[in-house]
Design a protein around this ligand. Structure first.
Ligand SMILES: C[S@@+](CC[C@H](N)C(=O)[O-])C[C@H]1O[C@@H](n2cnc3c(N)ncnc32)[C@H](O)[C@@H]1O
Length: 258
């Protein structure tokens, strides 16, 4: 399985063809986080995040995205589906969905390929008055398509999870190569590879994947639906969940093994 290439920026100065400067990912990380407060139904969450996307190495992870708002609103109105469940979240970002779930669930594992801010937000949640809930919150590094990392998580959860969650996690990214020319790559196939494994392992528990989807490009809408069916999964729109979020069209999808 191919993993996403690590991002490496190489600059070549005109007239100095042999001088190549390599910048590693720490150069791009903005950790100027601030505590922000969010309300979903009766739940108030406080967590560290950025107010806007930064030039971090994946350009995405450290703010709250519209898909998380959509999914959290849905989950807070339908908290019965979470009660007592074990949950794994993919691409958790700052962890706002997983932390909300921990108010209702038996256990929550939040995952991301960049889990630095997740750890900070678990500590923050731990130190708050909700610490009774936080005992159930864990974070783990998980890059979609990375079998070793997934094996590691599944070793600790051999029966899998009741629910897989994701919000705004279908990514098109650009990798910059010489002279800033770029190519575009989607991580959706790898995402669905990981989802399929989790749904297969959790088959006895009737595990399902709930995706907070916000449409930004037709190519991505088609890719998400296409990859779900290419992996033999059934994707259905949850009735009554179409909503406008920050001027974008959103919907909740439920994805299962048929
Ligand atoms: C747009 S953000 C959404 C974050 C959060 N779910 C939300 O809605 O606020 C996408 C998240 O997916 C993570 N991500 C992107 N590509 C990934 C990959 N290949 N493997 C694991 N996580 C990835 C990013 O680090 C980021 O946290």
């Amino acid at each position: 399985m191919n993993h996403r290439p690590s991002i490496e920026l190489k600059l070549r100065y005109i007239g100095e063809e042999n001088d190549i400067v390599c910048l590693d990912e720490s150069f791009f990380i903005n950790d100027n986080y601030q505590i922000a407060r969010f309300t979903f139904g009766s739940q108030i969450l406080e967590l560290y995040c950025l107010q806007s996307a930064s030039t971090d190495f994946d350009l995405t992870g450290q703010m709250v995205w519209p898909g998380a708002e959509l999914l959290n609103n849905y989950l807070s109105k339908n908290s019965d589906i979470l009660r007592g469940c074990s949950v794994i979240e993919l691409g958790s970002g700052v962890g706002i969905t997983g932390i909300l779930c921990s108010r209702f669930c038996g256990e929550v594992v939040m995952t991301d390929h960049n889990d630095e801010i997740l750890t900070r937000n678990i500590e923050l949640d731990d130190s708050s008055k909700n610490s009774a809930c936080s005992a159930k919150l864990k974070s783990a590094k998980l890059e979609w398509g990375n079998s070793e990392q997934l094996d590691d998580i599944l070793q600790r959860h051999p029966e899998g999870f009741d629910l897989v969650l994701g919000a705004d996690i279908y990514i098109l990214f650009y990798t910059f190569i010489y002279y800033f020319s770029s190519f575009q790559q989607a991580s959706v196939p790898l995402l669905f590879h990981t989802v399929k494994r989790l749904l297969d392992v959790g088959l006895k528990k009737k595990c399902r994947f709930i995706l907070g989807y916000v449409s930004r490009a037709k190519v991505m809408d088609d890719m998400v639906i296409g990859e779900a069916s290419r992996h033999g999964l059934r994707i259905t729109e949850v009735a009554g969940t179409r909503a406008e979020i920050r001027n974008l069209g959103g919907v909740i999808y439920e994805i299962t093994c048929p």
